[in-house]
Design a protein around this ligand. Sequence first.
Ligand code: GTQ
Length: 374
Amino acid sequence: MTKARDQYREDVAGRANVEDTPELLAYYDELERFDAGALWTVANKIEPWEPVSSSHPVLWRYQDLRAHVLRSVDLVTPEKAGRRVIYLNNPGRSDVAAAVGWIYAGLQVMHPGEQASAHRHSASAIRFIMEGTGAYTVVDGHKMTLGHNDFVLTPNGTWHEHAVASDGTPCIWQDGLDIPFVNAMEANFYEVHPDLTQAVAYPVDDMTKTWGNPGLTPRDGNWSKGYSPMFKYEWAPTYEALSKLAGCSDGSPFDGILMDYVNPVTNGPVMKTLGASMQMLRPGERTQAHRHTGSYLYHVAKGRGHSVINGKRFDWAEHDIFCVPSWAWHEHANASASEDAVLFCLSDLPVMRAMGLYREQAFGENGGHQPVMP
Ligand code: GTQ
């Protein structure tokens, strides 16, 4: 107790620096009996000079996880499991089942003919499709076919279910949700659909066909919900957009060619709590290090390379997932001199921005690279 308190003492004007005495220790015990405490015993801990993340930088290699994900098919049914998912358990965040910060992520697997029951919850979700054919998801009656590297939304409060058509192949996709955040806010509700499945009420992929046309919006389009009406962002136009931008822009020294997925009605983030982006590192590109508030979960959509996160190097390949905790220094490098590398990124940036908590900083005076630990 005393030790833990002592370790936060700081000999700096304006910071707490109170030495324990027998009298004070007795006083702290008294306060504790009344569910109270002296601020100066915790002040430096609860108000650090800068963000302190309990998340570790972690790389989850698809090569390591894939066989284990597939094995779950023989072990549990989607009916019994609710959803058959292997989640990414950050060693610093296992108490809240987060992959990084307040973001949950998992790899979901379904076989042809399987279906997961329809439900809805206060948490918002995304999918990023990794492999297989025939997967589809239904969100509030809108059915969407899911293709490789497609990015799909399941905003909070929407009914959703996932399945793979019987003529499809085994499918794996990444789920990403703000479950830890919504639980931290103590605001999570969950409902199972009364029929366990929902009727498809619209033409397949209608939301992407309606709202996903660059520079064009329907004259009678009418959308005022707090999330994007474009529930699915396909890979081909996303990659094309990055390639076009790369053809006429130098991009950012920290991020290369980076584009945000947006709500086409507001040009703002796709959902209130979760944002997503896709980033291209051109052949041979190596970015400079910077850091910012917010938690970031990267998914390698294409190519191979490495990132240095708080001085540690992580080498990645297609469909690997890695995280950059809040305020961690990070830089990325494409390993190929001839092919681009593309990183999908899920984050809580919309929360950081909306709450006025976003901050960023470049590494070094003139930009640069972090020293890499052996
Ligand atoms: O499909 O909404 O991986 O509720 C974990 C919890 C997926 C989902 C997960 C969920 C979902």
